[in-house]
Design a binder for this molecule. Structure first.
Ligand SMILES: [Zn+2]
Length: 336
């Protein structure tokens, strides 16, 4: 019984410190709140992670990142809500990072657009930041009327890091991009609904998948190992941990593999043409489990829908990586 009063006080302190409705938005000492004020949080609309209230973006910002060996370690990937990994020429992959909540760190190195980046951006809405485009990339950006910030035509919103060599030295951050978008009257404040749902309803009944491997090519072997403690997949490339520039290994909550038809571009056969509209198969990995998945996208303008166990996939709150892989390279995906 001696412990009753301190225990009640302890519970009261927890209630005052963590209660979303009872916590002041500023640490005003006049409010009489003991201890440090806890900033109220809310789930990010785009990834479901807890973020500070007011940090959500109305419309996502998308950035094309290089993923060749000299481009690593990149900056900004752990803070993305969603990252697409897509093949480009030469057996390499490039990344399209979708940012739906604010953070202050750098993002880069920024690289150029292929047509499928324009299609994916069109699906999410928002503004695409990049540096140059292939000829068909230019056409896709124009035809789909993708709002964009291209460093080649206007360097506002970007900067070069002096200790890195070109072309792996072009960087940006969300504040710079938002300021550049405002100056150029791009629709950054237009509210976009997220393409994907997030929540606690993870699918059940999957097969064990503690290790996942995607062999894009001899130059790009991606591996994930599930970390039971954090519930995240730790990413490696070509046998080495894939780190961001803080030194942390990339750790991802949800993995999607989406098999798509890939063929050489008709007019520039060194480049690739990815068919993103239509339907197909793939896998979803989360919580150390794998699930067969189907996808469909009715048209270039329609969102991609993923179905697992007969229902629309609801992603676990956290970062998601979607890997577009050639349907002819199904054997390049292994998991156990
Ligand atoms: Zn987010």
């Amino acid at each position: 019984m001696k412990k009753t009063i301190p225990y009640i006080l302890f519970l009261l302190l927890i209630a005052v410190g963590c209660g979303r409705d009872s916590t002041p938005t500023t640490g005003n000492p006049a409010a009489g709140v003991p201890g440090k004020a806890v900033a109220p949080t809310e789930p990010c609309r785009f990834c479901g992670q807890d973020i500070q209230e007011g940090m959500a973006l109305a419309s996502p910002l998308l950035v094309v990142l290089d993923n060749a060996a000299p481009a690593r370690p990149q900056s900004g990937l752990p803070q993305a809500c969603l990252v697409y990994e897509v093949p480009v020429e030469g057996g390499l992959t490039r990344l399209l990072a979708v940012f739906g909540h604010r953070f202050t760190g750098e993002i880069g190195p920024v690289r150029s657009v292929r047509p499928y980046f324009a299609l994916l951006t069109h699906e999410h809405g928002g503004i695409l930041a990049y540096c140059g485009a292939s000829p068909r990339g230019e056409v896709a950006l124009r035809e789909l009327r993708v709002a964009h910030l291209n460093e080649i035509t206007n360097s506002q919103g970007f900067f070069r890091r002096s200790e890195r060599r070109a072309p792996y030295n072009l960087y940006t951050d969300l504040d710079r991009l938002l300021a550049a978008a405002e100056r150029r009257k791009l629709p950054a404040a237009e509210k976009r609904e997220p393409v994907f749902s997030t929540g606690p309803n993870a699918p059940i009944g999957g097969e064990s998948a503690a290790q996942v491997q995607i062999a894009y090519s001899g130059e790009a072997l991606v591996e994930y190992v599930f970390d039971r403690q954090s519930g995240l997949y730790l990413r490696s490339v070509n046998g080495k941990p894939h780190r961001d520039d803080s030194g942390s290994q990339l750790a991802i909550r949800n993995l999607v593999i989406q098999f798509v038809n890939i063929r050489p571009e008709e007019t520039a056969s060194e480049r690739l043409d990815l068919s993103l509209a239509g339907r197909g198969e793939g896998y979803y990995f989360a919580g150390g489990q794998s699930f067969p998945l189907t996808w469909n996208k009715k048209s270039a303008a329609a969102p991609t829908r993923y179905t697992v166990n007969g229902s629309e996939l609801v992603f676990s709150p956290g970062t998601t990586w979607i890997h577009l892989v050639s349907v002819r390279g199904r054997n390049s995906v292994l998991f156990r």
